[in-house]
Design a binder for this molecule. Sequence first.
Ligand SMILES: [Zn+2]
Length: 131
Amino acid sequence: MHEFSAACSIVDTAVEAAKKHNAIKVTAVNVEIGEFTFLVPEQLEFNFEIAGRNTILEGAKLNIMMVKGRLRCHDCGNEGEAQSDPDLPPQIAMFAPMKCPKCGSSATEITGGKEFFITNLEAEIADAASG
Ligand SMILES: [Zn+2]
Protein backbone atom coordinates (compact mmCIF):
# COMPACT_ATOMS: atom_id res chain seq x y z
CA MET A 1 0.00 0.00 0.00
CA HIS A 2 3.06 2.21 -0.44
CA GLU A 3 1.48 3.77 -3.54
CA PHE A 4 -1.84 4.40 -1.82
CA SER A 5 -0.35 6.49 0.97
CA ALA A 6 1.75 8.38 -1.57
CA ALA A 7 -1.36 8.97 -3.69
CA CYS A 8 -3.30 10.26 -0.65
CA SER A 9 -0.51 12.64 0.18
CA ILE A 10 -0.44 13.95 -3.42
CA VAL A 11 -4.23 14.36 -3.39
CA ASP A 12 -4.17 16.21 -0.02
CA THR A 13 -1.44 18.57 -1.18
CA ALA A 14 -3.13 19.19 -4.53
CA VAL A 15 -6.52 19.87 -2.91
CA GLU A 16 -4.92 22.40 -0.54
CA ALA A 17 -3.06 24.12 -3.37
CA ALA A 18 -6.18 24.16 -5.56
CA LYS A 19 -8.23 25.75 -2.77
CA LYS A 20 -5.67 28.49 -2.29
CA HIS A 21 -5.95 29.36 -5.96
CA ASN A 22 -9.76 29.24 -6.06
CA ALA A 23 -9.70 26.32 -8.43
CA ILE A 24 -13.06 24.71 -9.07
CA LYS A 25 -11.67 21.68 -10.82
CA VAL A 26 -8.22 20.19 -11.18
CA THR A 27 -7.63 18.69 -14.60
CA ALA A 28 -4.06 17.47 -14.18
CA VAL A 29 -1.43 17.07 -11.49
CA ASN A 30 2.22 16.98 -12.49
CA VAL A 31 4.51 15.19 -10.09
CA GLU A 32 8.18 14.32 -9.90
CA ILE A 33 8.95 10.93 -8.40
CA GLY A 34 12.45 10.10 -7.20
CA GLU A 35 13.95 6.79 -8.24
CA PHE A 36 14.48 5.73 -4.62
CA THR A 37 10.85 6.13 -3.62
CA PHE A 38 10.36 2.81 -5.48
CA LEU A 39 6.87 3.90 -6.40
CA VAL A 40 5.43 2.11 -9.41
CA PRO A 41 3.95 4.74 -11.77
CA GLU A 42 1.03 2.56 -12.92
CA GLN A 43 0.15 1.72 -9.31
CA LEU A 44 0.41 5.35 -8.31
CA GLU A 45 -1.91 6.46 -11.12
CA PHE A 46 -4.43 3.82 -10.14
CA ASN A 47 -4.35 4.80 -6.46
CA PHE A 48 -4.43 8.50 -7.31
CA GLU A 49 -7.68 7.96 -9.17
CA ILE A 50 -9.20 6.23 -6.12
CA ALA A 51 -7.84 8.75 -3.60
CA GLY A 52 -9.10 11.66 -5.71
CA ARG A 53 -12.70 10.48 -5.85
CA ASN A 54 -15.25 12.93 -4.43
CA THR A 55 -12.68 15.71 -4.36
CA ILE A 56 -12.05 18.45 -6.91
CA LEU A 57 -9.37 16.15 -8.25
CA GLU A 58 -11.89 13.65 -9.49
CA GLY A 59 -11.03 12.75 -13.08
CA ALA A 60 -7.73 14.64 -13.00
CA LYS A 61 -4.81 13.16 -14.85
CA LEU A 62 -1.62 12.32 -12.98
CA ASN A 63 1.47 13.13 -15.04
CA ILE A 64 4.47 11.36 -13.58
CA MET A 65 8.04 12.39 -14.20
CA MET A 66 10.64 9.95 -12.90
CA VAL A 67 13.75 11.57 -11.48
CA LYS A 68 17.08 9.77 -11.21
CA GLY A 69 18.47 9.18 -7.75
CA ARG A 70 21.69 10.79 -6.60
CA LEU A 71 24.54 9.21 -4.69
CA ARG A 72 27.55 10.48 -2.81
CA CYS A 73 30.54 8.23 -2.35
CA HIS A 74 32.34 8.36 0.99
CA ASP A 75 35.49 6.82 -0.48
CA CYS A 76 36.21 8.98 -3.51
CA GLY A 77 33.82 11.88 -2.95
CA ASN A 78 32.11 11.39 -6.27
CA GLU A 79 28.56 12.66 -6.43
CA GLY A 80 26.20 11.96 -9.26
CA GLU A 81 23.41 9.88 -10.65
CA ALA A 82 22.91 6.54 -9.03
CA GLN A 83 23.34 3.44 -11.09
CA SER A 84 22.01 0.18 -9.88
CA ASP A 85 24.05 -2.91 -10.48
CA PRO A 86 23.06 -4.22 -13.94
CA ASP A 87 23.71 -7.80 -12.81
CA LEU A 88 21.05 -7.63 -10.13
CA PRO A 89 17.34 -8.02 -10.79
CA PRO A 90 15.45 -4.81 -9.84
CA GLN A 91 13.63 -6.39 -6.90
CA ILE A 92 16.99 -7.21 -5.29
CA ALA A 93 18.81 -4.09 -6.49
CA MET A 94 16.37 -1.91 -4.59
CA PHE A 95 17.59 -3.37 -1.30
CA ALA A 96 21.27 -3.66 -2.19
CA PRO A 97 23.68 -0.83 -1.44
CA MET A 98 24.26 1.33 -4.49
CA LYS A 99 27.78 1.20 -5.82
CA CYS A 100 29.79 4.26 -6.70
CA PRO A 101 29.93 4.47 -10.51
CA LYS A 102 33.50 5.81 -10.27
CA CYS A 103 35.34 3.59 -7.81
CA GLY A 104 32.86 0.78 -7.22
CA SER A 105 32.72 1.36 -3.46
CA SER A 106 29.56 0.46 -1.59
CA ALA A 107 30.19 3.18 1.01
CA THR A 108 27.64 5.41 -0.61
CA GLU A 109 24.91 7.62 0.68
CA ILE A 110 21.72 8.42 -1.17
CA THR A 111 21.50 12.20 -1.44
CA GLY A 112 18.54 12.55 -3.77
CA GLY A 113 15.62 10.73 -5.29
CA LYS A 114 13.95 9.63 -2.06
CA GLU A 115 11.13 12.10 -2.32
CA PHE A 116 8.21 12.93 -4.54
CA PHE A 117 6.51 16.27 -5.02
CA ILE A 118 3.99 18.15 -7.08
CA THR A 119 5.60 20.42 -9.65
CA ASN A 120 2.37 22.05 -10.77
CA LEU A 121 -1.37 21.72 -11.14
CA GLU A 122 -3.57 22.34 -14.12
CA ALA A 123 -6.90 23.62 -12.94
CA GLU A 124 -9.99 25.56 -13.83
CA ILE A 125 -10.16 28.72 -11.74
CA ALA A 126 -13.39 30.27 -10.49
CA ASP A 127 -14.21 33.87 -11.38
CA ALA A 128 -11.93 33.88 -14.39
CA ALA A 129 -12.33 37.10 -16.35
CA SER A 130 -12.74 35.36 -19.69
CA GLY A 131 -14.68 32.26 -20.59
ZN1 LIG B 1 33.58 6.32 -5.21
